[in-house]
Write a protein that binds this ligand. Structure first.
Ligand code: IVH
Length: 670
């Protein structure tokens, strides 16, 4: 029986929402990712055939919005408050005493929850539809970040009915955060792409939500836990326990780790246990929030200076240790920025051995008053990157000495420059070996040529020994020279040469990113590759033409023109072509191709074709290709000598294809 498209679309949306809920909210998926994607693909297909049936709350419409110019200011109808702090158990007992005094009760019920380290937001649902989302801002006025929040999969675009109805209005508050493992993985990727890592989950959450381009936010693995309400109409909730019970029924994600406490002691117990066990949690928490359970009692308690009298944050002591700062060295990045790094006597902070810490820049060292040889306090307080908190001057012996930022680059000796308005000093020598080493790492890194098996140490050796003194030299390496290097055996040499050979056919956008043109990240590179028919056409483009492109501002445009105008860069590109590097222009994907919506990841060497060809083949059938395996990957194609991606595929239950199966799949769909 023919189903009408409208009905099928409605049914698919419902089904997809149901599985979203199982996966993101309840953490209990019932179908495989491939099945889920098939539903999603079917819905996308129907919607593209019937554009009039697309609606903003469709699961296909999460990353719909185009980049904004700026964020609109919104006014929170009920202010979003901040919390007072208690620093130990007695601080929590004092809080309880105050609350009992105000409420004139002998015993108060509380709810204790982990305090999450992210960014607090408000979500407004009207008649069940996610209408607006905003940051806390100053508590009264926040920024409208609706388009970015829509990209977070655990934020439902539509609420589920509870007792047959959805509330007329629901303002929900919660924390957008990132799990520790996701942050580490993201930072590793950023570092290999030559981008600065995020210092902590909060910076990441804030940075991601304040992106003008929602497609950037969509790539950050953000999550939400909801924990508070603003205005509600059409639903009565009278306690925190009731709130935490009803939110998941409406499809909103709630941290299951909370406890209802009769009197303060069980809440204190929760605080103590959380402090001891927090390292085992997948997210960072810097304390426990203890809240009066009953909402009527909250209204009685009221608010003083932006903090409610009915709640408190029991903070954990920061994870700090004392050690000696033995030296300050200076590292040089790809763009020439000099970064002072503290070398520390090794110290363990909460299970992790710390041997160095970034000092960011000279102003920071000055501000902290740190001397070389100082005894210092070092912390890892929710921070992935350890920090020097302060020196302990009372430990000084008189042998300490101040650090001065070198006036010459430590790697090449060129005089460094401090540009107006910048804190950093830069080495401006484009052939500086330290910069060159970082440039190679960027060139062969994940967003670039993606050469497997060529890491930091080996690149260092290649540069040091003079085997590689230009990007093109990478493709001139031979087996004998490689085997001469320490720790490089015949097998590694062969794999490396095969990987390099394969990397020679590189998609246009990846090549542009790999070149390290100032301000040209992965998304700008994609735009340029989509707009120009060839590298030569791009090389000749003027600032005006470039500025007209989406997302390319005047600064980036000027940087691009300057980059291609530089004879050294032109020579590098000519040389790369000379050694056989081939830029693969994007094939126009077949709309609705047979593999539309499938996601592929390749690992290892294929014998029948270079990986870049394989990637182009699947793309021309409508699929997309990613460099990392995740739950949303459909196929991992495993060639010879695969990397860790093959194991990851098995761990996540992603379908693995060997070369023969892959060829059969191409055959079947060609
Ligand atoms: S309740 C006024 N619960 O802490 C009470 N806040 O310093 C409303 N936070 O802005 C907040 N985890 O960003 C509450 N489980 C939790 C929390 C939490 C983190 C943050 C929130 C708030 C800040 C207050």
């Amino acid at each position: 029986m023919a189903v009408n498209p409208k009905q099928e679309i409605a049914r698919l949306r419902e089904e997809i929402e149901h599985h979203n809920h199982l996966y993101y909210i309840l953490d209990r998926p019932e179908i495989s990712d491939a099945e889920y994607d098939a539903l999603f693909r079917r819905l996308s297909q129907l919607e593209s055939e019937h554009p009039d049936l697309v609606s903003p709350d469709s699961p296909t419409q999460r990353v719909g919005a185009t980049p904004a110019e700026n964020f609109a200011t919104i006014c929170h109808s009920i202010p979003m408050l901040s919390l007072g702090n208690a620093f130990d158990e007695d601080g929590l007992r004092d809080f309880d005493r105050r609350v009992r005094g105000i409420l004139q009760l002998d015993e108060v019920d509380y709810v204790a929850e982990p305090k999450l380290d992210g960014l607090s937001v408000e979500l407004v649902y009207r008649r069940g539809v996610f209408e607006q989302g905003s940051t806390r801002g100053d508590g009264r006025h926040g920024e409208d970040v609706t388009a970015n929040l829509r990209t977070i999969p655990s934020i439902p675009l539509r609420l589920r009915a509870h007792n047959g109805a959805v509330p007329e209005l629901l303002e929900i508050r919660g924390e957008v955060y990132i799990e520790r493992a996701d942050l580490l993985e993201l930072n590793a990727r950023r570092e290999s792409d030559g981008l600065p890592p995020f210092a902590n989950p909060r910076n990441l959450a804030a940075g991601s939500l304040r992106q003008l381009d929602p497609s950037v936010t969509a790539e950050r693995p953000l999550r939400i836990y909801c924990y508070d309400v603003g205005r509600i109409e059409g639903l009565t909730i009278e306690s925190q326990a009731a709130l935490l019970d009803v939110l998941p029924r409406l499809g909103l994600r709630v941290n299951p780790l909370y406890e209802v406490s009769r009197g303060i002691e069980p809440a204190i117990d929760f605080y103590r246990r959380l402090m001891e066990e927090r390292e085992e949690l997948p997210y960072e928490t810097d304390g426990a929030v203890v809240k009066v359970d009953d909402f009527e009692a909250r209204r009685t308690a009221g608010t003083v200076s932006r903090s409610p009298r009915w709640a408190i944050a029991g903070k954990f002591p920061a994870q700090q240790e004392i050690t000696r700062l033995t030296d300050i060295v200076v590292s040089v990045g790809r763009t020439g920025v000099l970064t002072p790094v503290a070398i520390l006597e090794p110290v363990r902070i909460h299970g992790v051995e710390v041997t160095s810490a970034t000092l960011h820049n000279e102003d920071e060292i000055e501000r902290k008053g740190v001397l070389i040889g100082d005894t210092v306090v070092v912390q890892r307080a929710g921070d992935v990157i350890p920090q020097v908190v302060k020196p302990l001057p009372e430990h000084r012996t008189g042998t300490e000495r101040p650090f001065t930022m070198p006036t010459r680059c430590p790697a090449c000796g060129t005089e460094v420059v401090r540009f107006e308005g910048e804190v950093a000093r830069r080495c401006v020598n484009t052939s500086c070996p330290a910069r060159f080493q970082q440039s190679i790492l960027h060139f062969i890194g994940r967003g670039g040529l993606d050469v497997e098996g060529l890491g930091y140490k080996l690149v260092g050796k290649l540069v040091e020994t003079g085997l590689v003194s230009s990007l093109a030299d990478l493709f001139r390496l031979d087996r004998d020279a490689l085997i001469e290097l320490e720790r490089v055996g015949p097998k590694l040499a062969d794999n490396l040469l095969a990987a390099l050979d394969e990397a020679k056919r590189v998609p246009f956008a990846r090549f542009l990113f790999a070149l390290g043109i100032p301000d040209v990240g992965e998304s700008a590179a994609e735009i340029l590759a989509g707009e120009f028919d060839s590298l030569d056409a791009l090389t000749e483009a003027d600032e005006e033409t470039l500025t007209e492109l989406p997302d390319i501002g005047p600064k980036t445009a000027a940087g691009i023109v300057r980059f291609f105008g530089n004879p050294e860069n032109r020579a590098t590109i000519a040389d790369l072509r000379h050694v056989g590097l081939e830029i693969v222009l994007p094939t126009v994907p077949q709309i609705g191709g047979p593999l539309k919506g499938s996601r592929f990841v390749f690992t290892g060497t294929l014998t029948s074709m270079p990986r870049s060809d394989a990637a182009e083949r699947v793309k021309s059938l409508g699929a997309s290709v990613a460099s990392n395996v995740s739950r949303t990957t459909d196929y991992v194609v495993v060639g010879e000598n695969p990397g860790s991606k093959a194991d990851k595929a098995s761990d996540l239950g992603v379908r693995r294809l060997d070369e023969a199966e892959f060829l059969a799949l191409l055959e079947e769909h060609a």
